[in-house]
Design a protein around this ligand. Structure first.
Ligand SMILES: [Zn+2]
Length: 460
């Protein structure tokens, strides 16, 4: 893998940093690192010319200079991979292959999959995002005439019926999942989305009356939940490029080789801190749906809470609690917990929203003070890489939660007697045999079976 050397001089303290840049497969990516002497953030965008093999970075707060004489610091820069953190410059150290070279070896053949999935998502983001977004906007605004004409333009399966709200819901959902599919956890299709569907169907079959009450209780909220989830998806699309090296972590064959000492040069804490708390807020606002489903599954009544606190016996007690107390109920002990657990870090969320954290940009360490007391002893810390992982994971949880909202909403339409579609918007004919299509087919078959069962029941 080709690398390039550049020397940049800090505009404040004039110390020089040698940067070794990985010439990868992204046309451009953000660059962030802190000056090793005065600590200020040096940021920019790297633009790559893949054909000529040249790279250009425009820096803020630093200037490119000609030679390596009297260089003070050294850092590796990559848009795709983790790197060694900033260190004191020693000429001999800069002769070894940079860390990201070994990072590629550690991915093995997965490196090709990582590249393919990343480029696929970037291509969709670049070319189709506005169309996906406007379809969602029309759905949220219940602007059905335009929604139908837009869907007709963009869904490949022209047999997909668009006659009722259930069809619209299914089409929009299938489009959103298709858009995100290349960056969703492998577990999403194999585990989480089928878990949600199967559990909801079995709850409905086991206790239709109670499930009906749950649906009546939540039906007025579900539309709003979808709007909020979509706002988070929008921010994720915008922030994706900052997180690519952390997305890459999914592809290392032996993750234990990636230690906390590794750094990331595409992002600073400030680039993502709002994203973390926004997704956290949205998730905790919707949490009562997940809790109600747990209540129904484990206690047969959607309002009966598990024993956790004396002052929370019913769902009504629960909704009055603050977000931290609400998140406490998610402890991994009940079925639906696993969609989010353990990705809601309320301590981190509190510290960010109260601005009680300190960032050591040079060493990429974040220290946070959950109670707001910056004098506390032994406050928790995390590396910048771990923080970006938290952002990545909480987003995956949000998409798991979106499945819960989707399947519940589907049930509300079925309860109203709307007829579902057994088509898939992206399936034109039965020739695709990719892994994902197989799973989708399986899910569709199950869906069809249940819906037919349900239709029979409703007709009775
Ligand atoms: Zn400086």
């Amino acid at each position: 893998m080709a690398t390039m050397r550049k020397v940049v001089k800090c505009d404040v303290c004039e110390s020089k940093t040698l940067v070794r840049i990985q010439i990868g497969w992204l046309d451009s990516h953000p660059v962030r690192f802190n000056c090793g002497r005065c600590g200020i953030l040096i940021s920019g965008t790297l633009i790559l010319n893949q054909i000529k093999g040249t790279a250009f970075i425009e820096f803020e707060n630093a200037t490119e200079v000609g030679n390596e004489d009297s260089t003070n610091f050294y850092i590796e820069i990559s848009g795709e991979l983790l790197t060694e953190k900033l260190q004191t410059y020693k000429y001999e150290n800069t002769l070894f292959p940079p860390f990201f070279t070994s990072g590629i070896d550690m991915m093995g053949e997965n490196f090709g999959i990582f590249k393919k999935k990343t480029l696929q998502f970037l291509m969709k983001k670049e070319n189709y995002w506005p169309q996906y977004r406007r379809i969602n906007e029309l759905w949220h605004r219940k602007n059905y005439n335009y929604l139908v004409s837009e869907l007709k333009k963009y869904i490949p399966n022209k047999n997909f019926p668009l006659n009722n709200e259930l069809h619209f819901l299914m089409a929009v959902h299938q489009m959103n999942i298709e858009f995100l599919s290349s960056v969703l956890d492998d577990q999403f299709f194999n585990k989480n989305s089928s878990l949600v569907m199967n559990e909801i169907i079995s709850l409905f079959e086991r206790s239709p009356k109670e499930f009906g009450k749950l649906i009546d209780y939540f039906s007025e909220f579900l539309h709003r939940y979808e709007e909020k989830i979509f706002e988070c998806i929008e921010v994720f699309v915008e922030k994706f490029n900052y997180m690519i090296p952390v997305f890459g972590l999914n592809f290392y064959q032996d993750k234990s080789l990636i230690s906390n000492s590794k750094g990331i040069t595409t992002v600073a804490f400030n680039d993502l801190k709002r994203f973390y708390i926004d997704v956290y807020e949205v998730l905790t606002e919707m949490l009562e749906l997940l809790i109600a489903l747990n209540n129904l599954k484990h206690r047969g009544n959607f309002k009966t809470m598990k024993t956790k606190r004396r002052d929370v016996v019913t769902l009504e007690d629960y909704v009055k609690k603050n977000k931290g107390a609400k998140a406490e109920f998610l402890d991994g002990s009940e079925t639906f917990d696993n969609l989010l657990y353990p990705n809601l870090n309320s301590k981190l969320r509190n510290a960010i929203s109260h601005y009680t954290y300190r960032v050591d940009g040079i060493n990429q360490i974040i220290t946070y003070y959950p109670s707001g007391n910056e004098k506390m002893k032994d406050p928790p810390t995390m590396s910048l890489v771990e923080f970006v992982q938290s952002c990545w994971n909480i987003f995956q949880s949000l998409i798991n939660f979106a499945e819960l909202v989707y399947q519940t909403r589907k049930m509300t339409y079925l309860k109203q007697g709307l007829v579902p579609s057994f088509e898939h918007v992206f399936q034109v004919e039965k020739k695709s045999i990719g892994k994902k299509s197989i799973n989708k087919n399986k899910i569709r078959r199950k869906n069809a079976k249940t819906s037919k069962r349900k239709n029979r029941k409703q007709k009775k």
